[in-house]
Design a protein around this ligand. Structure first.
Ligand SMILES: Cc1ncc(COP(=O)(O)O)c(C=O)c1O
Length: 317
């Protein structure tokens, strides 16, 4: 089953490097992957939806924030494969559906706002109801971040290293936005498996270094066991910076706003307000603090999400 058009391109960002005074910056365009505005979840969903179909499931159930990119991409592939899709979203329904929420609705997903209840309880009730009606739901946890989903990013690391070899390029560091941990788990395992010697630096969006490291490790080990790959404990390098949590999850501040505007204005590329905007802002700050040599090469994983921009007008403008 192929949900994505890979390899996704790697572009050099000369104008941005110049603006920041080095290092050499590149961007891996996973924002353009697959259909429906792309993003990292497509690589995970390729494995998860294959499992759902193999099990004969007829509905997908998942959860997230109201602007979840994972929910939007799940709804998209559910529509494409003729599955029903139920999204359990945090909080109350907003007065106007913007950004990803608008897309979820256009895709025909059933939206359930949890309100004051825990999302897990709402999911349990929904699934029980579905089973009682004879349906066969498939549940995808937050961000599709399971060992199986992370295989999408093991494969992405293999793909990227092959591209870099072809272009006779070596990256010193790869930078990504890390939250539910599946993307970083896949990349860290892929780095161990395919011999990437540079750093894979996750900029945490909403968790402490310790919590995120534990999650990344757990998911990477689960993915390794699916591959029957006995990864040595010290072969998994998990590198996380949690200095850019700002005002909290999905709170857009100056860091995100400046990064989004700078990348848009120099490269004509749109980042997203919650993940890549924050991670790029963190990278700018690290560059400003001379955390990297000028001649180093850094590749930023654009994991998508710009489809949420219109829901963040207040923070962005
Ligand atoms: C655009 C975007 N970038 C990065 C991430 C982080 O990926 P992960 O949840 O696998 O850590 C997410 C999802 O959470 C996302 O939607």
């Amino acid at each position: 089953m192929k949900l994505i058009d890979a390899p996704t391109p790697i572009h050099k960002m000369d104008r941005l490097s110049q603006r920041l005074g080095g290092p050499e910056l590149y961007i891996k365009r996973d924002d353009g992957i697959g259909a429906g505005q792309g993003g990292n979840k497509a690589r995970k969903l390729e494995f998860l939806i294959a499992e759902a179909l193999a099990r004969g499931c007829d509905q997908l159930v998942t959860l997230g924030g109201p602007q979840s990119n994972h929910c939007r991409q799940t709804a998209l592939y559910a529509a494409r494969y003729g599955l029903r899709c139920s999204l359990v979203l945090r909080g109350e329904p907003p007065a106007t559906k913007l950004g990803n929420l608008l897309i979820d609705e256009l895709l025909g997903a059933d939206l359930h706002f949890a309100g004051a209840r825990s999302q897990a309880d709402v999911v349990d009730d929904l699934m029980r109801d579905m089973y009682a009606k004879g349906n066969r739901p498939y549940f995808l946890p937050l961000g599709g971040s399971t060992g199986l989903g992370a295989l999408g990013y093991v494969r992405a690391m293999e793909e990227t290293l092959a591209q870099l070899r072809e272009q006779e390029l070596e990256m010193d560091t790869m930078v990504l936005a890390s939250s539910s941990a599946g993307t970083q788990a896949g990349l860290a395992l892929g780095a161990a498996l395919f011999g990437f010697r540079g750093r894979v630096l996750g900029i945490s969006i909403d968790a402490s270094v310790q919590d995120l490291t534990t999650k990344v490790r757990e998911i990477a080990l689960e993915a390794a066991s699916l591959l029957d790959y006995p990864v040595a404990h010290d072969a998994l390098r998990i590198d996380i910076n949690a200095d850019y949590l700002g005002g909290g999850y999905a709170v857009v501040g100056a860091l995100e706003r400046d990064a989004i505007r700078t990348v848009a204005g120099t490269e004509g590329l749109l980042l997203d307000p919650v993940y890549t905007g924050r991670a790029m802002g963190g990278l700018f700050d690290l560059i400003g603090k001379h955390a990297f040599d000028r001649e180093q090469r850094i590749m930023f994983w654009h994991t998508g999400g710009a489809s949420a921009l219109s829901a963040f007008v207040t923070g962005l403008v």
